[in-house]
Structures are given as C-alpha cells and as structure tokens.
Design a protein. Structure first.
Length: 180
C-alpha cells in the first residue's frame, strides 16, 4: 500500500492537476489513508498559491479510514497485525455482510501518516455506514469529525457501492455539482 501513495500522488499531480482539473477525490475504506497521504501539496488552495493550475477541492470519504498519528490496528477492531502487515479479521462478516459474494481475505500494509493540516485545506464529505460490521459507527464519526467533514449516513454494509450504489452515485454527483 505504501507504493500506492506515490502512484496516486503522481496521477493527481501530473495527469489531473497539471491539466487544470478541479479534482473531487473519492476514497473508500483503507483507501482513505492512501488518498489522504497523496493529497498534501495538491489541494486547489496549495496549487493556486504556487501559481499552478488545478488541484483537489474535495475528498469524499465513503466509510474511509481517516487515520492520523494512530496505528490502524489500534483504531479498528477488525484488523489484526502479523509482523509489519495488517489483515482483516473475518472479512465475510466485516466487509461483505450485506452481500452474498464469497471473497478472498484481503491484506493491507500499515498506513503511512499525514499531517492534521490537510483537512484545513480541502473540504470533505464523509458517508457513515450504520450497517457496517467492519468499523463501529462511533469510530467512523470520530474520523469524520477529525476531517471536519460534512456527514451523511446510510444503513449499508461495508461495500455500499455494490449493495446500494445509488447512494454513492448521488453523493458524488452532489459533490461535483457543488464545485461546478
């Protein structure tokens, strides 16, 4: 996952922002710390002050892990660490509890850290899943509040984009239209 941050940063910077695009970044689950770590220096405000075009104007966090200085395995009861890697405990119950699919057990590296200033420079919307067995609603609320996010709620499980895709589409559409 650590390799994902520089790759996403390069994509946002070289491909999207440098072309003058205003970016709404959508992140889900562990993608929250990957996306948040790719954004510093690429917010619309940062790039404008440097005389550069484009940049990230909004982050949509769909039950995303917005971890700051804490380790992910200390924040979420559904991870277990083995050496330097994190694994999801019982993914069928925590990640796909509202779907009939059988998926392989996912594995993630420990998340990198990012500064608390990020969410002072870019707005965010956080979708809290009340039916998510992977992360307690209280923890989701804490992450949303730390990011100073506008909060929206639904009753979906962890993979809302599959079980209730209309909610996600409408959320992205609202965010993009508010920027336009």
């Amino acid at each position: 996952m650590r390799r994902c941050v520089p790759t996403l940063h390069a994509l946002l910077h070289k491909v999207l922002a440098n072309r003058g695009n205003t970016i709404v970044l959508v992140v889900h689950s562990a993608g929250g710390f990957i996306g948040a770590n790719a954004v510093p220096g690429l917010t619309l405000a940062d790039r404008k002050s440097a005389g550069l075009p484009g940049g990230v104007i909004n982050i949509i966090a769909i039950m995303a892990t917005l971890v700051r200085e804490a380790k992910l395995d200390q924040c979420s009861p559904f991870f277990e660490s083995r050496g330097e890697r994190l694994f999801v405990k019982d993914p069928e119950k925590t990640l796909v509890n509202d779907l009939s699919q059988d998926i392989a057990k996912p594995e993630w590296d420990r998340p990198p850290k990012y500064g608390p200033f990020l969410f002072d420079r870019v707005s965010s919307i956080y979708l809290i899943y009340k039916g998510n067995n992977a992360t307690l609603v209280e923890l989701q609320m804490t992450w949303a509040e730390l990011a100073k996010s506008e909060i929206r709620e639904c009753d979906a499980g962890h993979l809302v984009m599959l079980s209730q895709s209309r909610i996600v589409v409408d959320l992205i559409k609202d965010a993009v239209e508010s920027v336009a």
